[in-house]
Every structure is written in C-alpha cells, then in structure tokens.
Design a protein around this ligand. Structure first.
Ligand code: AMP
Ligand code: ZN
Ligand code: FE
Ligand code: FE
Length: 285
C-alpha cells in the first residue's frame, strides 16, 4: 500500500483539478494522498469528496513558504483543521502577499519592455494563491519564453531582473501555526534548502518530520535524510511534488511512500485528533 504526500492542484501552481489529480492517484493504485497546495487549503474540500468517491484516504495539508535564518524553506502541514480560523486568516495574508508580488514582478517585466499584463497572469492563474510559475506560463503564452525553466532562468529566479523578494512567515511561527491547527510540521525537500545545519534548530522549534523522499532526491540523498530523521527522532515523509505534467509525464505515481509512514504520522497526532479515527485503507498493492 502506497501514498503520495506532496501534490499540487490549480488552487495554487499545479495544473490539475482536485478531481483529475484524484483520478490519477487511483490509476496509480495509491491508497492515501495529501494535497499540499502553496499557502492554501481551498482545494481540500473538493479533493476529499473525490477521494471518498474512489476509496482513497485523504489528508488535508498545505505547503507554507517560510524563512529561517535568512533561508527560504517550505514547511508542509499535514492533518490540519481546514476550518481553523487563525490558519485561514494567516493564509489569506500570504495569498495577498503573493498577489502583490505578481503585480510587482509584472511591473519589472514591463520595465524591461516585455509585453505581459497583470490581467493575463491573474486570468491564467485563476486562483487566490498565484506564484512565479503562473508568470512563467504567461511568458510562454506571450511567446517571450519557450519553457518554464527558461522563464525562471532569464527573469524569475532569485536575483534575476524580474525577481522581487517576498515577505515570509518565520519557520518557528509556521511550525507553531501548523500545530495550533492540529497538524504535523514537515520540512519539505531539504535538498533544495541545502541548509542541513539548521535542522537541529528546527527540531528545537518542534519540527515533526523531514520529507526524505522527493522527486529531486536521489536514493543516497533520501538515505542521508533518513539518517538525520532517525538521529533527531523525526518522522519520515515523502511525495512527488507533482504540479501536473512534467516533461510529458505526470509525476504523481513516480514516488511511492509506504502507507506505514502515514500510520506513524497518525500515531504522533494528539489523542483526540479526528484523523486517528479514520479507518485504514485495505489492500495488498
Ligand atoms: P513562488 O511560490 O512564487 O516563489 O514560486 C515558487 C515555485 O516555483 C516553486 O514551488 C516551484 O514549483 C517553482 N519553481 C521554483 N524554481 C523553479 C525553477 N528554477 N524552474 C521551474 N520552476 C521553479
Ligand atoms: Zn509549487
Ligand atoms: Fe516546495
Ligand atoms: Fe510543492
């Protein structure tokens, strides 16, 4: 029995709807999935319905963009209460920051005489939590770039001409917020953060887990993070970070985390957490 705990939909910068993503999860035989859209949980209700319809266990989650000692890091929050008032209020604030950043980045591009408009990006994004990939797609649509990678390389990456810094919640506050909403806080794709020396401080800030398995991690990298998780008594998670099609193939289904990891996560939730009462999936796959 396998799961994928890192997935995006068109409620942030993924391209699949929650329903299509769920159908793909079913096609690949996954028994549990988590939706981890950036700074939003808006896709969770629809994904839960879709998962219930096909007998997949659904885990409500999000991926918060945070900062710790000057480094951006993504913190995943699993088993969160999607009705938690403060979580919703904070995420609305992050979404406003994202929207303002899009406006500023588009203004930079226009200063460079790139023919692109805010409206084009927001129409294409069609969500409350837009991000740089939407600008990249608008640049492709405007025939300025040929690929998302090219758009990031030429304009959108840190310190490139259209890049604008973004306000970010501190990792300590993000972990506390996830806990307040009943969830588990997980350091996403640590290889992309490249600051392993910060992990002990994150543990001191009550981090629960490391995402040891990720599309960008090689087997030896995953083993390295498994070792760190063991050393600090952290849980182990993993996921594909599927945003839709990637070089002609969907990423969902490429990363198979054993369901046992979900079982261990649930056992660390508070005694009265509703997710502890959810029946385990049955299956031999
Ligand atoms: P944002 O949330 O607006 O800062 O955009 C970050 C998102 O853009 C990440 O979550 C990735 O999905 C994507 N991304 C970041 N860097 C690159 C890159 N070099 N090429 C393609 N996509 C990227
Ligand atoms: Zn993303
Ligand atoms: Fe991420
Ligand atoms: Fe992600």
């Amino acid at each position: 029995m396998y799961t994928d705990l890192h997935l995006h939909t068109n409620f942030s910068d993924g391209t699949y709807t929650p329903e299509f993503l769920t159908a793909e999860a079913k096609r690949f035989g996954l028994v549990a999935v988590a939706l981890t859209d950036h700074d939003t949980i808006e896709g969770c209700d629809r994904m839960k319905v879709a998962c219930d319809n096909v007998g997949i266990e659904f885990i409500a989650a999000t991926e918060l963009t945070a900062e710790f000692k000057g480094t951006e890091m993504h913190l995943l929050g699993y088993f969160i209460d999607t009705k938690h008032p403060r979580l919703l209020k904070e995420m609305a604030r992050f979404q406003e920051v994202r929207q303002n950043r899009i406006r500023e980045m588009v203004a930079r591009l226009r200063e460079l005489n790139i023919p692109i408009t805010e409206e084009a990006v927001f129409t294409l994004a069609n969500c409350n939590s837009p991000g740089r990939p939407h600008i990249a797609r608008a640049l492709i649509e405007a025939k300025v770039c040929q690929s998302v990678d090219e758009a990031f390389e030429r304009f959108l990456k840190k310190h490139r001409p259209a890049w604008v810094p973004k306000f970010k919640i501190s990792a300590e506050d993000a972990i506390a917020l996830i806990h307040e909403a009943g969830g588990l806080a997980v350091l996403a794709h640590p290889l992309l953060v490249r600051r392993d020396e910060l992990i002990p401080d994150l543990v001191a800030a009550n981090l629960d887990a490391i995402e040891c398995y990720h599309t960008k991690h090689t087997p030896s990298i995953s083993e390295h993070y498994e070792g760190l998780a063991e050393r600090y008594n952290l849980l182990v998670t993993g996921g594909s970070d599927c945003h839709g099609m990637n070089k002609g193939k969907p990423l969902i289904g490429t990363m198979k985390l054993p369901y046992e990891n979900v079982r261990r996560m649930k056992s660390r939730l508070p005694e009265n957490h509703p997710a502890r009462k959810v029946a385990e999936p049955s299956g031999t796959y």
